[in-house]
Design a protein around this ligand. Structure first.
Ligand code: TXA
Ligand code: MG
Length: 337
């Protein structure tokens, strides 16, 4: 399949949005930008179109997709009555990097929700995504637009690297500004439950709705409420060692270098000043900068340059919790203590 590239440049944008929307209405798969990561979209009401997403990504069929809509009205059409705190969350955080898991009606294709009686829905905060969703006027299921197991895409070029030739089109706009996927929050109970950490933090949610539950480490790993949590994710090409205690970072780097490895070390600007290593990969300083650079950094780690890459741990303030969650899943090995 020849993949069309629609580069949003302010010239032909309207025509490109129309063409991309027409492909989606025809049951084709189209990648598009969101504020978190690029998504791989298809008509959520069309089972055959959804099957193409799983096919293109090589995604296990028991991992449900998030449905994207432009408005709260469209969200309401897909779900049953929900707790009143959901209204507060939508008013406060949507459009934005948050996905609500709600009791569904029967109007999305069964392969979107992997046989669950719930559906995850989100209103992305990205101009191109919202224009496309309005134009297509259908709920659009969209997982991250990477091959299953690879780091998520924050640039159109990442999508191209993974999926060129396998999908109908890529809408190429700017780099995703958040850089990690949305916070997924189960809103089927009296108290909201965070299933996946993202840029909208527990503290931010608590501030508007009161009590919020989170999964314990054990729950996350053992009995995933969010089926996607159990799969290996975000793996770079090169083995990645995550050092939990940054006081040990130098020692671990020295150890791998002494063995004759070509070692890369992922560090903040600040940490870079205190570490001696042949190859430092600097990833910003603040949590929001690190989040934005994370997947691009993981994708840039190539076998022909490194035998192993060691990463420091980052503060779990703000979006830092999501960063550490993704790094933990990406790591081949974690050095505790
Ligand atoms: O930021 C995002 O959420 C991006 C952009 C493209 O919107 N999408 C994304 O989709 O990250 P994906 O498919 O890579 O991750 C969806 C996550 C998975 O962990 C999945 O298991 C969970 O959401 N999920 C989806 N529907 C669910 C449901 N009904 N119940 C529980 N978890 C659900
Ligand atoms: Mg994903």
């Amino acid at each position: 399949m020849k993949t069309k590239i629609f580069t949003m440049n302010g010239q032909n944008d309207e025509a490109y949005i129309k063409e991309a929307a027409a492909l989606l209405q025809d049951g084709e798969v189209v990648a598009f930008p969101t504020e978190t990561v690029y998504g791989l979209g298809a008509d959520a009401t069309n089972e055959a179109a959804i099957a193409k997403i799983f096919q293109a990504k090589g995604r296990p069929s028991d991992n449900p997709l998030i449905v994207h809509v432009a408005t709260k009205g469209q969200l309401n059409e897909l779900v049953q009555v929900y707790p009143s705190y959901v209204d507060t969350l939508i008013t406060t955080f949507s459009p934005g990097p948050i996905t609500y898991v709600l009791k569904r009606k029967n109007n999305v294709a069964t392969n979107v929700t992997a046989k669950l009686d719930t559906v995850g829905i989100r209103i992305p905060n990205n101009d191109v995504a919202l224009r496309l969703l309005k134009e297509v006027d259908l709920p659009i299921a969209a997982p991250s637009a990477n091959m299953s197991g690879r780091p998520s895409p924050t640039k159109a070029s990442h999508v191209y690297d993974d999926l060129n030739g396998k999908i109908a089109a890529i809408v190429d706009a700017m780099e995703a500004e958040v850089g990690v996927e949305s916070t997924v929050i189960d809103c089927t109970g009296d108290v909201p439950l965070i299933l996946r950490d993202g840029a909208i933090t527990k503290e931010a949610i608590e501030a508007v709705v009161g009590e919020v539950r989170t999964l314990s480490k054990k729950e996350k790993m053992e009995k995933p409420k969010s089926p996607g949590l159990k799969y290996k994710h975000y793996a770079p090409e090169v083995p990645l060692i995550l050092v939990e205690n940054n006081a040990l970072l130098q020692e671990i780097v020295d150890h791998y270098e002494a063995e004759g490895n070509r070692v890369g070390v992922i560090v903040t600007k600040k940490m870079a000043e205190n570490i001696e290593a042949a190859h430092k990969i600097v990833i910003g300083n603040k949590d929001v900068e690190i989040a934005q650079m994370l997947y691009d950094t993981l994708r840039s780690l190539k076998k022909d340059q490194f035998d192993v890459v060691v990463s420091q741990s980052f503060s779990i303030e703000g979006v830092g919790l999501a960063i550490m969650d993704r790094l933990t899943r990406a790591a081949t090995e974690i050095v505790y203590k």
